[in-house]
Ligand binder design. Sequence first.
Ligand SMILES: [Fe+2]
Length: 248
Amino acid sequence: MSPAAPLYEPANTLKPVAPGLWIVDGPIVRMATPVGGMPFPTRMTVARLADGDLWCHSPIAPDDGLFAAIDALGPVRHLVSPNKLHYAHIAAWKRRYQQATAWASPGVRERASSQRIAVDFDTDLAYAAEQAWAGELDQRHFRGSRAIEEVVFLHRASGTLILADLIENFEAARFGTAMRWIARLGGVLDPDGKMSLAMRFTFRERRTARACLQQMLAWQPQRVILAHGRCYLENAGTELARAFRWLA
Ligand SMILES: [Fe+2]
């Protein structure tokens, strides 16, 4: 097993990305690989909507300090699972913010049930931006795989594309030698981060996926937030075209 990767310090702390938009770097989770558990850093995104409500994408494992910082920012109204792999901590957030709506992504209810993780989802994400955030956050289902579908978002005011697993971009310095090779083989090593090879193989409906990519490019994002690894804070269009060249 590789040595533990360092956290993106400080963890569980709101970090401003743009006006009304923050990221929070969270704990490491481990994903099974042939040579042991790959340390995955986790990250959530928080947007403050025009009415002051907070929209939380891919909520990380919370602690009291993070809850206090969030409380100072505004009322949590939306807890968003962008895909069926990013949902497990919504339960803890929902316990704290019982008035919040927990939004389900395609397949997440079945996944949670199979993993015996109880999450009380309120409703499903639609194919267009929800009324609660229409005009502020654009929304699109990235489809083309029967294994996974991710709902992607654009924070319009800042031109920020918010992704979970569609691109992973791990810095080599954060891994030991074995994990570095695994990441390189999987195509997820910075500076050439992409969707993991295993997930790419499931995208058989290329035309559908290409249309989703074209939509993301048409949004002309200024930056891209990722859930795992180094975000792209500039040259977003170039980075997207590079990361998705496997779809060409
Ligand atoms: Fe993930």
